[in-house]
Structures are given as C-alpha cells and as structure tokens.
Design a protein around this ligand. Structure first.
Ligand code: HEM
Length: 342
C-alpha cells in the first residue's frame, strides 16, 4: 500500500510528517481505482498533480465567494477575477472526468473480452443504466455523476483518515486498544479480508468517535421548498438554511462530556437509543451519503494496515485546530511520526 510507504519514507527523512497531504492523495487514488477502475497514480505525482491542485484552488475560491456577499449573484461572480479563475478550473476538472469516461468507452469497444472479466464498477453502472423506455444517461449526466463521486468521495475520507491518525497519536491508550484488536483479527497478514472488517468492533467505535468529534462534513445546506417552523420562528419558503452537524455532535444536552474523545460511548451500539439525528456524519434522509458503507470499510482497512505496521505519535509542540474548508481540516495540518513496529 503506497500510503504506508509514504509515511515510512517521510518519517525517515524528518521526525514528523504532515498527514493531510498524503491521505488526500491516497484516498483519491483509492476512489479512482475502486469506482472507476482508473489507475491515477496520484500518490506518485503528489500535490503538484494538476487535478489535485485544481480541486484545492476551487475550494479556496468557493470559500472566498462565501465570504464576499458581492460575489453571490452568479453574473457578478462570473465577471470577477476569482470567478473567471474558478470557471477555468471547472472546465479542466470536467475534462479530467471526461477523459476517464471516453477511455472506458474505447476500452469497452476495443477490448470487450478483457473488459467482461473486469469487476463491475460505478462507471459501468452509469454507462449501462437505462430507464423504462430504454434511454441511457447523456454524456453530461454521466460526467456530472463522476464529478460528484470524485469530489464527495475523496476529501471526506481523507479528513476522517487524517483525524484518525491524530486521535491514535494523541490517545496512546486508545491506540493500544485499536492495535490489540487489529493484531487479533488481522494478525501478520499484509492485507485485510472482508470478514476481518466486520470483526473489528472496537475500530468501528473508534471511527464513529472520530466522525463525531472531528465531524468530516461539519455543515450541510438546503433550500426550503416549503416554510418551516424552528423553535417558534417561521422560516419562509426559498430560504437557504445551514445545518451544523459538528455542533449537533457536541451538544451538551445530547452528549455526555461532548469535548472528550471516548470511543467507548459507541460500544454495544449505545447510541442506537439516542435521537437518530444526534449522530449524522453522513447526513440523514433521502439525500444521505450513498458512499457511507464503502467509506467505513475503506477507513477500517487503512487504519488496520497503518496500525499493524506503525506506532503513531503526534508532534506535541504542533498546535492542532479545527478548520472548516468544506470538509474538516486542521488549520496548520497534523504532524505525526510513524515508527515501524518490531
Ligand atoms: C467518511 C467519508 C464520507 C463522509 C463523512 C460523507 C458525508 C456525506 C454527507 C454529509 C453527504 C450529504 C451532503 C448534503 O446533504 O449536502 C454526502 C453525500 C454524498 N456522498 Fe458522501 N461522505 C463520505 C464518503 C463518500 C464516498 C466514499 C462516496 C463515493 C464513493 C460518497 C458519495 C456521496 C454522494 C454521491 C453524495 C450525494 C448524495 C445525494 O445527493 O443524493 N461519499 N456524503
């Protein structure tokens, strides 16, 4: 697994490694490979990869727009320098997805036999989907689905992986428990089996606590299509409302010691007796996250592989502070060291 090599290499060259940069590249490679059977080799190129650079800059420009009310109207944004840069990057990001799709279409035509043997992936489903009248998705519809998947499926998982590494390094007692369980379930294998995933019960509780305490998608927004009354205040139809999941995850009426990191609060699925909206890292309702099962399995495999090989510590001198940039990041990153276990 490349990310373990990157952490091992990084820890040899410097005592502490910045975690977010490597985890973002790894989760993008994983998503491209699993959903689109595309070998992006993003981790080999690093942060200078044009797709990675473009997405990073687009997030910065989106935040800049959110903080400038003058840029809210689409036509003003389009005329501004930041809007022009944003739409140019948008075109580039779309071209990246279109390229993956057109390569697959060619492969399907030219290598039908090898293609049949390949495992079905998300892109196959999009390319072959038909409605009742036999009509498939248009090229643009396929491209927007691929864009959503690439965006929704890699920054989120990277945030959870980075905060998991931070939490393991910060709480050595919890790291020991995670390691004991992984050692018992996975043993000395260099991979994690499907059956291993469901046996890692403590790792599940640990992951849930990471997603509660360091909520990966801290805020989601909706436009009201009908008026809504919240605590006696009527909010009119057409209003945009933000739902602060991170705050709900720390509400003292709901959570005991909300600012303490305690995976034990999820042991035995205790939280199942709670209000179902008290813990919603993947949102809730009809538009909740469709990648949640995949994401949780991915995180468990990554954590198991990392903890089986390394003892993780964080730099005690480095201040770590939550910073919301669509997903939950750390203001100055997370510095961790990865010591090979003997
Ligand atoms: C730990 C990782 C993840 C977290 C915390 C997460 C969280 C979320 C949340 C909160 C939403 C709702 C957004 C909203 O209502 O505005 C969402 C939607 C979505 N997620 Fe995830 N996600 C994760 C991983 C993934 C992965 C790996 C994929 C793809 C493989 C994915 C695909 C999607 C898609 C396509 C939507 C839009 C669903 C719709 O609008 O109907 N997510 N995710």
């Amino acid at each position: 697994m490349k990310i373990t090599e990157k952490f091992a290499e990084g820890s040899k060259n410097a005592k502490y490694v910045e975690v977010f940069q490597y985890s973002g590249l790894a989760t993008l490679d994983i998503l491209l490979q699993c959903a689109l059977s595309y070998k992006g080799n993003i981790q080999d190129v690093g942060e200078s990869h044009p797709y990675v650079k473009a997405v990073k800059r687009m997030i910065e420009l989106t935040l800049h727009r959110c903080l400038n009310i003058n840029l809210y109207p689409e036509f003003l944004f389009k005329l501004s320098p930041s809007g022009k840069e944003f739409f140019k990057l948008c075109d580039f990001v779309h071209e990246f997805s279109e390229d993956i799709i057109s390569k697959r279409k060619e492969d399907l035509k030219e290598n039908a036999d090898t293609e049949k043997r390949r495992q079905l992936d998300f892109l196959d489903i999009l390319l072959t989907a038909r409605d009742e009248s036999g009509k498939g998705l248009t090229d643009e519809e396929i491209r927007t689905e691929v864009d959503t998947f690439m965006f929704a499926g890699h920054d989120t998982t990277s945030s959870v992986l980075s905060w998991s590494i931070y939490s393991l390094g910060k709480h050595k007692d919890i790291q020991d428990k995670v390691y004991e369980e992984v050692k018992r379930v996975v043993g000395d294998k260099q991979y994690v089996d499907c059956e291993d995933i469901s046996k890692m019960k403590y790792v599940s509780c640990f992951l849930k606590e990471v997603m509660r305490h360091h909520t990966p998608v801290p805020v989601i927004s909706r436009m009201l299509d009908e008026p809504c009354v919240i605590e006696g205040v009527e909010i009119p139809k057409g209003s945009f409302i933000d739902m602060a999941i991170h705050h709900a995850h720390h509400h003292p009426d709901v959570w005991e010691d909300p600012w303490e990191f305690k995976p034990e609060r999820f042991v035995g699925d205790k939280h199942h007796d709670m209000d179902p909206y008290s813990f919603t890292p993947f949102s809730a309702g009809p538009r909740n996250c469709i990648g949640q099962a995949f994401a949780q399995n991915e995180e468990k495999v990554l954590i198991a592989r990392l903890i089986n090989r390394f003892e993780i510590s964080i730099d005690p001198e480095h201040e770590v502070e939550h910073f919301i940039e669509v997903v939950m990041r750390a203001k100055n990153g997370i510095m961790a060291s990865f010591k090979e276990r003997t």
